[in-house]
Design a protein around this ligand. Structure first.
Ligand code: TMP
Length: 211
């Protein structure tokens, strides 16, 4: 059924995943691959509306359960409308954040627990597993200093305390340990080109293993 390749990009705020994903997309397209670039929360018209609710700093009252379900709702729509059809038609799908974000941010950051989320709401984690996940790992202080002066100010999640972001980072590293090789950690405190080269090597290896 699934012919394409599903690659997700993960990491804390300011880790550079969007830049790296865009560079990889450019490279793969130049090599002749059929690539679809997308993001979560969002990726669809409905998902982008959910994104606005999730990230709006005015929504201070949002409960962690509502938060988890909204990320899950955006993901479900995204899978059915965009990801599954793209994979079926053989595309390489590059997605800026996916289910590991829910486990790291809501599971660890919000202390909901990975096993709770997996048991209570498996649908929120999506019915498709990535083939490969690039985790850009960076020190939280460095990441937050990079996003401090973002145009339009910081969003509801970016505005969380440093302790929250530290839990998210540790969560990601724990997830990587138990991912049976799906999550590849790439150190993000290096030059953009150096990081991109590492990512390209990982992706090329993955593509070759599928041939
Ligand atoms: P972005 O700005 O990197 O696109 O991500 C949006 C924010 O949403 C980011 O702070 C991480 C957060 N997030 C979650 O908390 N849970 C999720 O499941 C996803 C996809 C993102």
């Amino acid at each position: 059924m699934k012919k394409g390749l599903f690659i997700t990009f993960e990491g804390i705020e300011g880790c550079g995943k969007t830049t790296q994903m865009n560079l990889l997309a450019g490279y793969l397209k130049k090599e002749g691959a059929s690539v679809l670039k997308t993001r979560e929360p969002g990726g669809t018209k409905i998902g982008e509306k959910i994104r606005e609710i999730l990230l709006n700093p005015d929504n201070k009252k949002m409960s962690k359960e509502t938060e988890m379900l909204l990320y899950g709702a955006s993901r479900t729509q995204h899978i059915e409308e965009i990801i599954r059809p793209a994979l079926k038609s053989g595309k390489i799908v590059l997605c800026d954040r996916y289910a590991d974000s829910t486990l790291a941010y809501q599971g660890f950051g919000r202390n909901m627990g990975v096993s709770f989320i997996k048991k209570a709401c498996p649908l929120s984690l999506g019915s498709i597993q990535p083939d490969l996940t690039i985790l850009l790992d960076l020190d939280v202080k460095t990441g937050l200093s990079r996003i401090k002066n973002r145009k339009g100010g910081n969003d509801r999640i970016e505005k969380e305390k440093i302790a929250f972001h530290n839990k998210v980072r540790k969560g990601y590293l724990k997830l990587a340990k138990t991912s049976r090789g799906r999550i590849k950690i790439v150190k993000a405190d290096k030059e953009i080109d150096e990081i991109q080269k590492e990512i390209k090597d990982i992706v090329i290896r993955k593509l070759r293993s599928k041939e």
